[in-house]
Design a protein around this ligand. Structure first.
Ligand code: ZN
Length: 414
């Protein structure tokens, strides 16, 4: 399995970005307002039709085998859910690959390739012709499709941009110090405070608090609570206001050989009544539209002016998760359930608090990982709780209880 993925990533890998260059960076130069949500998908033995509620930037397709699939990446697309499958197409899945790309995956009954296709005159639907085929290389050449010229995005204008020098993403970020028992047999938990540095995360409309500061305070409270028990070792990906790309965050956990990775964030919603905590684990398909939007928002931390500082997202590994990750995903999901059960007395959760999304920070293939959205910075009561010492202590206690129960259970299973 792994062999196929590696080869595929190589085949699709684009020239790496010139990171050393000075990159324009400004919030004033936002992406052109070209975006469309996937509103409908139909498929049968000879055709795939994807409809959008707006005009997208373009689409590209590729085929995979074992299992046989066709994938479509829609630039400027927002993923919806599902789609109608018929004939050779067994099922249709959608997910937000990154903040600007929706990926649609068609699971096939037998091998097939895209032989051609194009956008409709209004730019709002893409029709692809499908042909079943016998043998073909596990990656067929990528085909690209553009909407009619009048709908194409203008290249972004840089006239308002501010130039800031950006360094390379560091593979060699200094490893943080590990606190707690000196015994390296003790489980190691890596706590990741989201955002930091130039990336504030969500800014609360109530008092202007930055997510990066709120979650750092919570992360430290969790560390202190865990250390008080003396049972586990703890490291923080950051204990100051510094920026790390998402891959560096789980990279730290992997390099330290961590047993558990918990990324801490605070949520935002248009509806100010939304409140409570959510636990996310990794999935190739988001559990709902809101989860897809959250993933798009959190994954954006890596992107400045369209330049992906993480880089790994360029490869195809994103939402199609390798089988080697299944076990890790199961442990992550078990921990998420435990966190909700053990944390319930201290933490107020939303309804259906365990959700799934394609979050880059959860992509370590071998470290069980969850992303904990501690509450909503757009909700008055949640903000008051999350910025108070007592509220942070409560959240920390809930997480610490779950962590201890998790490792106690693992020990018992041995
Ligand atoms: Zn966040």
């Amino acid at each position: 399995m792994n062999f196929h993925w590696t080869n595929m990533a190589d085949a699709l890998h684009k020239a790496s970005m010139p990171f050393a260059a000075i990159i324009a960076s400004s919030l004033l130069t936002l992406n052109p307002a070209i975006a469309g949500s996937v509103s409908r998908i139909d498929s049968n033995d000879s055709q795939i039709i994807v409809s959008f509620d707006g005009v997208v930037e373009g689409a590209s397709t590729f085929s995979l085998m074992g299992p046989d699939r066709i994938a479509i990446d829609v630039k400027g697309g927002i993923a919806g859910r599902g789609g109608r499958a018929m004939g050779i197409v067994k099922s249709v899945r959608q997910g937000q690959y990154d903040s600007n790309t929706a990926r649609i995956v068609f699971d096939l009954d037998r091998p097939a390739v895209i032989t051609g296709g194009g956008f409709s005159a209004d730019g709002k639907s893409l029709t692809l012709s499908l042909k079943s085929s016998g043998a073909y290389p596990f990656i067929t050449s990528r085909k690209s499709f553009l909407p009619p010229a009048q709908f194409r995005a203008e290249p972004p204008k840089n006239s308002y941009s501010v130039k800031v020098p950006l360094g390379k993403p560091q593979d060699t970020v200094t490893l943080p110090k590990i606190s707690g028992p000196k015994n390296s047999n003790r489980p190691l938990v890596v706590i990741d405070a989201g955002h930091g540095g130039h990336d504030p995360g969500t800014v609360s409309p109530h008092g202007g608090k930055y997510e990066k500061n709120v979650v750092l305070a919570i992360a430290k409270a969790v560390r202190d609570q865990l250390l008080a028990s003396g049972r586990v070792r703890v490291a923080l990906t950051r204990d100051t206001d510094k920026f790390l790309v998402l891959e560096e965050r789980y990279g730290i956990a992997r390099r330290l050989d961590a047993d558990l990775f918990i990324s801490i964030h605070a949520d935002a919603a248009g509806n100010e009544a939304a409140s409570g905590a959510t636990v996310y684990t990794l999935s190739e398909v988001a559990s709902d539209r809101e989860a897809a939007k959250l993933a798009a928002r959190e994954n954006r931390a890596n992107i400045i002016n369209g330049i992906n500082l993480g880089g790994a997202n360029q490869e195809v590994s994103s939402i199609l998760i390798d089988l080697t990750q299944r076990e890790t995903l199961n442990v992550s999901a078990d921990f998420a359930k435990l966190l909700i059960r053990e944390g319930e007395r201290a933490i107020k959760f939303r309804t259906n608090p365990h959700r799934f999304a394609s979050l880059v920070v959860l992509k370590a293939p071998d470290t069980p990982s969850v992303l904990f959205e501690s509450g909503y910075l757009t909700n008055k009561d949640d903000v008051a709780l999350l910025i108070s010492r007592s509220g942070q202590g409560k959240v920390a206690r809930g997480i610490a209880n779950a962590v201890e129960a998790h490792f106690a259970r693992k020990l018992a299973q041995r």
